[in-house]
Design a protein around this ligand. Structure first.
Ligand code: GAP
Length: 583
């Protein structure tokens, strides 16, 4: 469901092509390893792109951390303990086929799922009555049957055989409708409406430790391939050595598939050193929740913010830097008292939309889309995407999710550590007694930084017709980036390369650089060409040193968007530029 906003502004059809081309020409974004034919889905940020990305992320940090008393920052390592990813659910798919429940969206391991016998009833036990009603409606829409609803349980389904289940109306002995059965149901809710089994490989694997595990793998495979009886050789070498490894291998032996057995051996050899590149920055905020709270004196409601690289083996990479395998995120976990999550969701929705629109030429091209119930994870109680109108349509920029206490609960279970806050002043609503010790609920605004770079570039790209001095009409390409995002804030241009103008321009440059303003000296080509070059780079201000400067100490200050020029004393250059940037 999208929330009403002002009508979006139509941008040119070929906008994406033009922005991608400008990115390469002007040094915003290059294909990674281009001279070797390029690396699919990896990008390098050139001199202007590096500045733009830093500015986007700097503005996010300024807004989320530096301008709030109740948010602190974190800069966690990209490689975390492998158990983090088991707790978060990211790791499950590496060596085991995963299945999605088509109704609850629960993702689970097929080999661990409950297996009813033929003839057994297959009741779907929903989290509550409201969810039961939603799921019954979904099932009716998608599978064409109306299940019997009794409180939070949906009934009428039965396993007919190991490969077929059906819907039996009350008292009926034959099925009204049947579907292929996978032989198991979803563990949390008992649903037989399931996707195909899929081998997921979302995270990038790496190995910790200086010794290359591939050498051990090679030696093991050489030995096993020479064996006349693979199973016997594996049993002799691995089943006696470790109970854990043995059980994984024993299962593979029982399965009887040669490839699976070899894979189990490889996993056993490499497993102890296996680590992953984080697929999101968020988990570190849950894992370090207690340390941050104890060391910084923060207490709920408070947030922990982090930005940085994340890595995902995306199934599809698309639209330039929109979806890539290596990207950057800007995420915040806001920990609040259970029951207050709705008001904090409203607060962060407004704050985040305000942030995106503050830097945009077309604020109408940003909107919210609320997730439908069947789109959300089963533990989430609300979720919105901030969407941008990309040239191919509306798409996600940021997700703002109300994640309940699910993540802290998962890390409590997997680590054995308590991740709670004790409020001495409040009574536990369940017992009526003080103190109240609870797992905070979480609102998570999770934005893509590299996706933000793309959105702001698309928003900023403009082509304008203008008449030159001789009356011809030409196209001016101008990147109307917000001055705070612009890579170069001010260019200083001597009108000609003589008469002391370069020296004066260099004096101004030094003053600007000395006060922390990223400025560039530029004396190459005619002045009109230089203005055009800086319009394309998104430089909001150009200061020109000309003949009059030498006579009265004034320079011209040109505004990128209006192209208007005002004369100001050269001595005021820094203050004038700084005042404009502060807006
Ligand atoms: N911790 C929650 C989380 O990571 P997500 O929706 O998967 O949620 C948050 O990611 C944001 O990160 C997305 O809204 C998007 O802007 C960005 N993002 C996710 N995958 C990306 C990819 N492959 N390439 C670029 N940006 C991505």
């Amino acid at each position: 469901m999208s929330e009403a906003a002002a009508s979006p502004v139509k941008r040119p059809d070929d906008l994406m092509k033009k922005v991608v081309s400008l990115c390469k020409q002007r040094g915003f974004v290059f294909q990674s390893s281009e001279i070797y034919g390029g690396l699919k889905s990896a990008y390098d940020y050139g001199p202007l792109g590096a500045e733009l990305k830093r500015n986007v992320m700097g503005e996010w940090w300024r807004d989320m951390v530096h301008s709030r008393e109740n948010v602190v920052g974190l800069d966690a390592s990209i490689i975390m303990h492998p158990k983090v990813w088991q707790a978060s659910g990211h790791a499950a798919g590496f060596s085991d086929p995963l299945v999605d429940c088509l109704v609850s969206k629960e993702r689970f391991r097929a080999d661990k799922a409950p297996r009813p016998n033929p003839g057994d009833a297959l009741p779907i036990t929903c989290p509550d009555k409201g969810v039961a009603k939603d799921w019954a409606e979904q099932i009716e829409k998608r599978f064409g049957v109306v299940l019997e609803r009794d409180g939070n349980v949906l009934g009428g389904l039965k396993a007919i055989s190991a490969t077929e289940f059906g819907f039996f109306a009350k008292g009926a002995t034959t099925a009204e409708k049947t579907w292929p059965f996978r032989g198991y149901v979803s563990p949390s809710f008992g649903s037989p409406f399931l996707s195909d089994e899929r081998q997921f490989n979302l995270m990038f694997r790496t190995a910790l430790g200086a010794v290359d595990p591939m050498q051990d793998v090679a030696l093991a495979l050489a030995e096993l391939s020479a064996a006349s009886d693979l199973v016997a050789a594996v049993k002799a070498k691995y089943l006696s050595e470790s109970a854990d490894a043995g059980s994984a291998i024993a299962k593979a032996i029982a399965g009887g598939e040669r490839a699976k057995l070899i894979r189990a051996v490889i996993e056993t050899i490499t497993g102890p050193n296996m680590a992953y590149l984080r697929p999101e920055t968020a988990q570190a905020m849950f894992v370090q929740f207690k340390n941050v709270m104890d060391s910084s004196g923060m207490k709920p409601p408070f947030g922990i913010a982090q930005m940085g690289k994340s890595f995902r083996n995306e199934v599809t990479v698309e639209h330039f830097i929109f979806r890539s395998c290596e990207f950057e995120q800007m995420e915040m976990e806001f920990f609040c008292e259970p029951g207050t999550q709705k008001e904090w969701m409203a607060f962060w929705k407004e704050a985040r939309m305000g942030w995106w629109q503050r830097y945009a030429n077309y604020p109408e091209n940003f909107r919210f889309r609320q997730h439908a119930k069947d789109e959300m994870a089963f533990y989430a109680d609300d979720c919105y995407d901030v969407e941008y109108l990309y040239p191919w349509g509306w798409g996600e920029l940021e997700g703002i999710a109300s994640r309940t206490d699910y993540d802290l609960g998962q890390h409590e279970t997997h680590s054995g550590q308590k991740l709670r806050y004790t409020d001495q002043e409040k009574a536990d609503p369940a017992t009526g007694k003080k103190p109240w010790q609870y797992k905070p609920y979480v609102i998570e605004p999770a934005a893509g930084a590299t996706r933000a770079v793309l959105a702001f570039l698309l928003d900023a790209y403009h082509e304008e017709e203008r008449r030159t001095a001789d009356g011809t009409v030409e196209i001016r390409t101008v990147l109307k980036l917000h001055p705070r995002l612009a890579p170069i804030k001010c260019a200083v241009l001597p009108l000609v390369k003589k008469d002391g103008m370069p020296e004066k321009a260099r004096e101004i440059i030094q003053a600007l650089l000395g006060s922390g303003i990223n400025a560039k000296y530029d004396e190459k080509h005619a002045i009109g060409k230089r203005y055009a070059r800086h319009d394309e780079a998104g430089t909001p201000y150009c200061i020109t040193v000309d003949g009059q400067t030498l006579a009265d100490g004034t320079v011209t200050l040109r505004d990128r968007d209006t192209t208007e020029q005002v004369r100001i004393p050269a001595t005021e250059a820094v203050d004038q530029v700084r005042a404009r940037l502060a807006k």
